[in-house]
Design a protein around this ligand. Sequence first.
Ligand code: GAR
Length: 199
Amino acid sequence: MSNPTHTLQKKIVVFASGSGTNAENIIKFFQKQPNASVVAVFSNKRSAKVLKRAHDLNVKALHFDRDALYNSYDVLHILEDINPDLIVLAGFMWIFPEDILKRFPNKIVNIHPALLPKYGGKGMYGMHVHEAIIQNKEKESGISIHYVNENYDEGEIIFQAKTDISEEDTPESLAEKIHKLEYKHFPEILQQLLQKKSQ
Ligand code: GAR
């Protein structure tokens, strides 16, 4: 017999380029929620640890290259088949192509490890962000969850959270503080977005 709650489940797809600790955290969070689940993880890097994390958690793990994302529409077509309710960029380092943005309006969100609009844009990702912030002796940093548009880190901001920076902080300790904020808030915000969509 079919499970009625299962058929109502919302579908989340995650894109990530590297380690994927956020992707893992999001997968585990939704494995405990009845209304949604992560159905696939995509990575542009074949060796990215995120693909193993997804596989180990029984989530479909897919690798694609530049051509499949930007020229052949292969990634777009797979996404159309899945028809996700949310596409989540969690440490994804390539610009998202316009055809996918147009096909899934208001469904693509990114997390950035700083308080946008500060420390965003091309080249500002991962440890580069934390290094610049420590070098400039900023007193605070944080996370920004935002909709994705055709420019790096410029879509409408959905949520921000802050953390203080002390004089002892290093890029590594700041990265740790930022990851903690990401783990705490990112899945919750995704859940809120999905619930808003159902209203
Ligand atoms: C996260 O801190 C995320 O905010 C950042 O990459 C890290 C990925 O960590 N994203 C960007 O810099 C995007 N511009 P993870 O692979 O452990 O989840």
